[in-house]
Design a binder for this molecule. Structure first.
Ligand SMILES: Cc1cc2nc3c(=O)[nH]c(=O)nc-3n(C[C@H](O)[C@H](O)[C@H](O)COP(=O)(O)OP(=O)(O)OC[C@H]3O[C@@H](n4cnc5c(N)ncnc54)[C@H](O)[C@@H]3O)c2cc1C
Length: 317
């Protein structure tokens, strides 16, 4: 095939894992792989992308691209498309990727398929497997008739793999960067907490934790496992924790290696955000809680009795 262009996302010059996964998956598909990286002061980050499978790296290094904007970043990707002439463009299905992929698709006059969890190449055309109906079913869509084919990949489903090689860095010139909505400032959550969308281990708490103070217990298990704290919507709606922690249909979609759900019943809207986790552990005192239907390991018990010895045992290991 003509090649895959991968949009690569960085934050403060640090490449996001989900983009490395998209890059690695592009490499595994066999053809030529190029990357496009917008940002400011990103020279070093760009040079490192060769080691993740990019043969060519299109870089737009400009202070106006320091923070994300749909207009600015879409212009950069479209410019890279003009140069690379790819047959497909991959985005990581992060918040940024979910905003940018359809924007770029609209500018190029093609369709976009979001949330891929499986990809198969048939000649020049991708067959894309993606969950639908809040994860209750899986559908396969194909990208026939679209050039380039635009696909976003669900984070943490595809493995990131280093591959030997030094990509050629190409500066993208001639950008007008007519950005209509300018992001002035990005305010980060206090304490530099790990984002659930990026985490490989998540411990999530629901209404069963009874109150905001008990997120400390959830956090103690998350810390022992080196993971992030997630939450159900019930916990978020009660004001116990910020929405940025919410997992589910109206929260974040995650696919960590390990997802521990404590005091969460397993409503379909919650499952929509976490059912593709590799190993699911549920702690719930109700043996009939729906979460046990999808859990790999279920602990029927009171989370206040179960979690403290778990933390001790993990620390002892
Ligand atoms: C349009 C829409 C979008 C939605 N989006 C989301 C979403 O993104 N994410 C989401 O999570 N929800 C979402 N919801 C809400 C969803 O339907 C559920 O209401 C919600 O997930 C329930 O949260 P919960 O499991 O924490 O609470 P509950 O359903 O009340 O479950 C609490 C669980 O804790 C257990 N429990 C209680 N005490 C203990 C204890 N001491 N030890 C162990 N277990 C205990 C109980 O047995 C129970 O199973 C959405 C709903 C709608 C309509």
């Amino acid at each position: 095939m003509a090649g895959i262009l991968v949009f690569v996302e960085q934050r403060k010059s640090e490449i996001r894992n989900a983009s490395l996964q998209a890059l690695s998956e592009a490499k595994r598909q066999g053809g030529a792989v190029s990357a496009v990286l917008p940002g400011s002061g990103i020279g070093e980050a760009a040079a490192g992308l060769g080691a993740w499978g990019a043969d060519k790296i299109y870089v737009a290094d400009d202070p106006n691209l320091d923070l994300y904007s749909s207009d600015g970043y879409a212009e950069v990707v479209v410019k890279a498309v003009e140069q690379a002439q790819p047959s497909a463009i991959f985005f990581a299905g992060t918040a940024m990727g979910r905003d940018l992929a359809p924007t770029v698709a609209a500018r190029l006059g093609v369709g976009a398929i979001p949330d891929a969890v499986g990809l198969e190449l048939d000649g020049e055309t991708f067959s894309v497997r993606r969950p639908v109906y809040s994860g209750k079913a899986t559908t396969t869509a194909d990208t026939a008739g679209n050039t380039p084919q635009i696909i976003s990949l669900r984070p943490n489903v595809f493995a990131a793999e280093e591959s030997a090689g030094a990509g050629e860095v190409v500066a993208l010139d001639g950008l007008s960067l007519s950005i209509r909505a300018v992001v002035k400032e990005l305010l980060e959550a206090e304490g530099g907490e790990l984002d659930v969308a990026e985490a490989d281990v998540i411990v999530a708490g629901g209404r069963g934790i009874k109150g905001p103070e008990n997120f400390a217990l959830i956090k103690s298990l998350a810390d022992a496992l080196g993971g992030a704290v997630g939450a159900s919507r019930a916990a978020v709606d009660a004001g116990w924790i910020e929405h940025s922690h919410q997992v589910g249909q109206t929260g974040k979609v995650v696919s960590p290696s390990l997802y521990v759900a404590a005091g969460i019943s397993g409503a379909i809207q919650h499952l929509a955000g976490m059912s593709s986790s590799k190993v699911i552990v549920a702690i719930n005192k109700d043996p009939d809680a729906p979460i046990f239907k999808i859990a790999d390991y279920g602990i029927v018990g009171d989370l206040f009795d179960v979690i403290p010895p778990m933390v001790d045992a993990i620390k002892a290991l």
